[in-house]
Design a binder for this molecule. Sequence first.
Ligand code: GLN
Length: 197
Amino acid sequence: MRIGVIGVQGDVSEHVDAVARAMKDYGKEGEAIAVRRPADLARVDGLTIPGGESTTISKLLVKLGLFDEIVRRAIDEGMPIMGTCAGSILLSKDAGSQAEKTKTRLLGLMDMAVDRNAFGRQRESFEADLEVQGLDSPFHCVFIRAPAILRTWGDCTQLSRYKDRIVLARQGHLIASAFHPELSGDLRIHRWFLDLV
Ligand code: GLN
């Protein structure tokens, strides 16, 4: 299998490393590559969208001719996608007034509404050990200017919460994480993703 990491902005190399490590640890043959052009996207079987700045990533995806093809492959071919932090914002159908004001185009693939920078200034970055549905021990979650998932509907399932906020959700072949599973050294969420590919 070949997994792509959207490589236009944000913590790309951390993601490439984490995906490559997860493949090795879980005995999957393949490679992780950064995706910057349509030709890269055409070569991958699954995609991760890293954290960064969602407005910037969205604009670059459009500019580089990747945006529509990601949507098409996710819908027509069921290509698995894992979006973390800014990536989860892009997967959502509704990212609130900030996204509207900045005219951020959303991939709109998951039945969920998110709130950008939901944890406010004083909590720009924090870490918490959280229960995750389907994992038998807590996951160490790193949040960096993180969004929160405000609500889900349809086929989107909530998998983890921090206080009253949803921070991990899944809808079929799509996973959205408000935190950064590539930064904790724990690759169990990556494993789910690889199992979907
Ligand atoms: N705050 C960023 C946004 O709204 C996301 C932060 C991140 O990806 N670490 O796009």
